[in-house]
Design a protein around this ligand. Structure first.
Ligand SMILES: Nc1ncnc2c1ncn2[C@@H]1O[C@H](COP(=O)(O)OP(=O)(O)O)[C@@H](O)[C@H]1O
Ligand SMILES: [Mg+2]
Length: 240
């Protein structure tokens, strides 16, 4: 039986979609069967970051509303054996989809996948509650900004109140020069509750931007520090 991991954040732009794409690709590289689901309805990007935007026929709302079968909405990645993708609906949800629908879908997928990884919308809106419907674990992406850290604490408490305690954090877009100059919070300034749950630190690197623009996960770049970093983060996720 697989596990469902929801990637969420308080603010947009913290790297949820980048992290989802690369975690999925790295897990698949290491031999797992992985399905990535874009639940950022209306503001979807995951298809672009995976280079699969031209392959989408059915989306997750088609599956949840019974318009098509699960298999019809699963898109196999071109490069990574074992990596599949289910697209978000381009239209905002009209209230027909509930967290229970999501739980049923995740449970079904967990029968044949090791990991179901969900790219959630930013913030604490209804879309997040639906995305969390089948969650076993949550990873929150944060950037080194006091506002992002505060929002992350609020998110964490909100998610815990829903009964999900397995929450971990990834600090993304770290600029060491800014940190060392005191212009961005250092790791020591991150509250203990978040710091103790950190499973990865990812530097700001323009190659990440290039990779999301090109639709090629950065973990395709073998023998780079970022590949090694994602490999380590991936091993920590496996042991969560
Ligand atoms: N570590 C990083 N270094 C440089 N750019 C990054 C990094 N992580 C994400 N980005 C860029 O930041 C932007 C927002 O990332 P994205 O994953 O779409 O955020 P979110 O899904 O949380 O809104 C994208 O252009 C992406 O390429
Ligand atoms: Mg996103």
């Amino acid at each position: 039986m697989g596990k469902t991991i929801v990637v969420a954040s308080g603010k947009g732009g913290t790297g949820k979609t980048m992290f989802t794409a690369n975690l999925g690709a790295m897990l698949a590289k290491k031999g797992s069967r992985v399905v990535l689901i874009d639940m950022d309805t209306g503001l979807r990007n995951l298809d672009l970051y995976l280079g699969l935007e031209n392959n989408v026929v059915y989306d997750v709302n088609d599956v949840l509303s019974g318009m098509c079968r699960i298999k019809q909405a699963l898109i196999k990645h071109k490069t990574f054996e074992g990596l599949f993708f289910m697209a978000a609906s381009p239209k905002p949800d009209e209230g027909e989809i509930t967290p229970l629908h999501m739980k049923v879908l995740c449970n079904k997928l967990k029968e044949s996948f090791d990991y179901v990884i969900i790219d959630a919308p930013a913030g604490i809106e209804d879309g997040l509650i639906i995305a969390l419907g089948g969650a076993d674990k949550v990873i929150l992406t944060i950037t080194p900004e006091f506002a992002a850290i505060r929002d992350c604490e609020v998110m964490s408490n909100h998610i815990k109140a829903l009964g999900i305690d397995n929450i971990h954090y990834v600090l993304n877009k770290v600029d060491l020069e800014m940190m060392n100059a005191g212009y961005a919070p250092s790791v020591d300034e991150i509250p203990g509750t978040i710091k103790s749950g950190l499973i990865g630190i990812i530097q700001y690197d323009k190659n990440v931007r290039i990779s999301t623009n090109m639709g090629v996960p950065i973990v395709c770049m073998e023998n780079t520090y970022i590949h090694k970093n994602f490999s380590n983060i991936c091993d920590r996720v496996v042991n969560l």
